[in-house]
Design a protein around this ligand. Sequence first.
Ligand code: SF4
Ligand code: SF4
Length: 391
Amino acid sequence: MRPTIMEKVEGLRGINSVKIKEASEAGKKVVGMYCVFSPQEIALAADAIAVTLCGTKQEPIAEAEKHLPRNLCPLIKSSYGFAITDTCPYFYFSDVLLAETTCDGKKKMYELMGKIKPMHVMNLPQTAVDEDSLESWKKEMVKFKSFLEEKFDVEITEEKLIDAIKLMNRERDVMKRLHKLNAHKPAPLTGMDMMMAQWLKGFNVDKEAGIQLIEELIKETEELMDKGEFPFTEETPRILLTGVPIGAGSEKVLKLIEEAGGSVVVLENCSGYKGLDTMVDEAKNPIEALAEKYLSTPCSCMSNNNARLDLIKRLAEEYKVDGVVDLTWQACHTYNIESFTVRNFVKDELGLPFIQIETDYSDSDVGQIKVRIEAFLETIETKACCCGGTC
Ligand code: SF4
Ligand code: SF4
């Protein structure tokens, strides 16, 4: 049974594109961001709107390929395609863009995108968290703060930063509580709905209204659970989806898993739980606390990225997962190489079935992926059988 509030959540797309226009016309500044490493709090403390711009659709890719190599991650091509075709209202109304030096493809694409709109690039230290990387990332936080202060002619006070941290922590907390509902067996929400709720919150112009809506979704989902109404049964294979970020338009693999009879109970990726795992420490100096939180993001562009394995382990246990699907966008070297480590960890340490799927945003390989997913789910079902897979 699907919560009726999901229709309201999906309606946010239309509402937010009108709201951002109104806010911009009323003089409100907009900061467009591309990554989970982006400290939204600093933009909010500048009294601006922070929106997520990551491209998740196939449509603008053909135009992007006129400037970028075809053999490039679709997320990068889609993000750039939206920028040059001016077909994304959130990009259009962004006064400034925030970019980070994450993977090489994104970093070089930003050099081109930076010619379209004012852009600030945060220099991400790509090593695991230690004293030096933290110090350097703290300086990057301060530089971004100064950039916004100068661009928007505002003062970002410590008080404003603390308020923004509290607001973002509340948003993380409500999303985290929503995700945690799926630890129940069977899961009360489909992976598709979870992903949509998480992805759409990135466009929320009014964060308080967005938090309220997710509270309503939690309440209705809990009521359905009390009535015993679930979209899955206890026997449905429970899948953890890890790897690259997805969103509306790039949900192909998630959709295929659920159409084939699986239940994606948790999305470990950036469009799922990853950014929610740790809160910003409200008791610390705000810049230091922000640096600590964001630098701990377990992305494949970090070396080492053992924190991703730790997170997969915790989530696999908490969500009682039966198998792991690792999604990689074509030409994403970091996630593709890391998949070998993740595969060994999932199979040897967690003792769970694992499959990697490498694809792009097009529909050309849907049939082939469907067959692989069906075979993967069958393996899980066989293992779950009382005979131990011999019948
Ligand atoms: S996968 Fe890494 S680079 Fe991509 S959005 Fe997430 S944190 Fe950013
Ligand atoms: S999916 Fe990979 S290649 Fe694409 S932007 Fe993210 S890290 Fe870069």
